[in-house]
Design a binder for this molecule. Structure first.
Ligand code: ATP
Length: 454
């Protein structure tokens, strides 16, 4: 497999995201907050599109999956039973001179990498954020901001089973915020203290878990490819016995070749019956499933594909980034898949002349009923095309003076730079077909579909 490291370094990408309104540092006017980020007008669309594509693939298009939106704050016993209070920690050392803290398992020598000072003995540092529920701040009122969405699905297993009457195998899917007081931070949105996860807990009969584990590894890898991520930038990594989490029987990471190197974008684990057994013990509820075939109560095994919205967004941006020359001028472009691109269509009147305004506005008003669109009439048409290329808009629609006469407009494609002229009447249908990946345009009578060039 040849490695094609993304054409962008992190600094360039951070700058593009900042400049164009994808991602800003959190509370920037106060100097930012370490490892917290705000998604701007384009970033929020990008994230929504990722979550929508995931939900469509894992919930909407399947008949063995249902959704859930559990609360972020959960009963403190959840985190006792899950092992997080006891074991969700990193070993930390502190420099005796500059007081900087480091993860001891990530250090190469035994000195502070910043100032060379002496380090303290490692101490375990729990990554969960603690807060208090109600007005009294005492140990009895401690709650945690969830460090993963998974537990919401385990504790609702019985509720979902009873209300949906699903039979095994079936899954629960959830998208939501998680919080970890990470020790090592950096690499932009790769490691945040507040981030979003897209998690599936897939319940299966013991004995079929290996087969379902393999199925989900392949399914999830293919999902990234379907969003346009280059295969050579994706790699599976199996966890060694030593690094397997306490609950896992088998685990694979889907790694992406980020600018800083290969790193985890999604983890898929076979959790066995650990979670349901522990929550049953801790809550006193019998979390099991009555199997009609064997006439027995069984505790299902769980396969967990756990993905991060932010790490997916970062991979998509890195993978889409490109620089080339168009019409004799260099341009930056994002080859984002149309389903992921924040803006699907930009409407660009050829000039700012008043005669073009009414028709351009009419086209804009019609198209924004269907997709996220943008209207831009400032500066030369070339510069406007490049502005759209840089944010990954797949199609621009140009309204020119001829449009007033022949009621036709030009569609310009971001990647091929191809331009076709279509009647306004069939513009929506043509764009729809193109956004769906078809290389054609539709004539106004609605019936005829024309391939380009014919
Ligand atoms: P890492 O080893 O990189 O810290 P992890 O193995 O702790 O990650 P998991 O607990 O498996 O991560 O979480 C599942 C997914 O949630 C990850 O694959 C990642 O996409 C996302 N995720 C986890 N921690 C963070 C974080 N701090 N910032 C952004 N995304 C995260």
């Amino acid at each position: 497999m040849t490695e094609s490291r993304p054409a962008v370094d992190m600094e360039k990408l951070v700058s593009l995201c900042r400049r164009r309104g994808f991602i800003f540092p959190s509370s920037e006017i106060y100097g930012g907050l370490s490892s917290c980020w705000d998604y701007g007008p384009l970033g929020v669309e990008l994230k929504r599109n990722i979550k929508q594509a995931w939900w469509r693939a894992v919930v909407q298009q399947r008949d063995d999956m249902v959704g859930l939106d559990a609360s972020i704050l959960m009963h403190p016993q959840v985190w006792q039973a899950s092992g997080h209070v006891e074991g969700f920690s990193d070993p930390l050392v502190e420099c005796k001179s500059c007081h900087k803290r480091w993860r001891s398992d990530e250090l190469e020598g035994d000195k502070c990498p910043d100032c060379g000072g002496e380090l303290t003995e490692p101490k375990l540092f729990n990554l969960m954020f603690k807060t208090f529920i109600g007005p009294v701040e005492d140990e009895a009122s401690v709650v945690y901001l969830r460090p993963e969405t998974a537990q919401g699905m385990f504790v609702n297993f019985e509720n979902v089973l009873n209300t949906t009457r699903k039979r095994l195998p079936f899954g629960i899917a959830q998208i939501g915020k998680s919080f970890r007081n990470e020790v090592t931070t950096g690499n932009f949105i790769f490691r945040c203290r507040e981030f979003e996860q897209m998690e599936i807990e897939f319940f299966v009969k013991p004995g079929t878990d290996k087969q379902w584990f393999d199925y989900w590894v392949e399914e999830r890898l293919n999902w990234y490819v379907s969003l346009g991520i280059k295969k050579e930038n994706l790699k599976l990594r199996e966890h060694t016995k030593e690094e397997l989490a306490h609950y896992a029987r088998e685990c694979y990471d889907i790694n992406y070749l980020y600018p800083m190197g290969w790193a985890e974008m999604e983890g898929i684990a076979n959790r066995g019956d650990f979670d349901l057994v522990e929550h049953a013990k801790s809550s006193g509820k019998g979390l099991s499933y009555y199997d009609e075939e064997s006439k027995e109560h069984i505790v299902p095994y769980i396969i967990e594909p756990s993905a991060g919205v932010d790490r997916t967004a970062l991979a998509l941006l890195c993978d889409a980034y490109d620089e080339d020359v168009a019409d004799g001028e260099s341009r930056v472009l994002l080859h984002l898949h149309p389903s992921i691109a924040p803006i699907k269509v930009a409407i660009l009147p050829l000039s700012r002349k008043e005669t073009l305004t009414p028709l351009s506005q009419e086209v804009y008003a019609e198209l924004r009923q269907h997709w996220m669109t943008s209207f831009d009439e400032a500066q030369s048409i070339g510069r406007r095309y490049r502005r759209q290329d840089e944010i990954g808009t797949p199609f621009c629609v140009t309204v020119d003076f001829e449009s007033l006469e022949d009621k036709q407009v030009t569609i310009r494609e971001r990647d091929s730079l191809r331009q076709i002229r279509v009647p306004i009447e069939s513009l929506k249908a043509t764009l729809q077909a193109k956004l769906d990946g078809e290389d054609l345009f539709v004539l106004p009578d609605g019936g005829k579909i024309w391939k380009e060039g014919k």
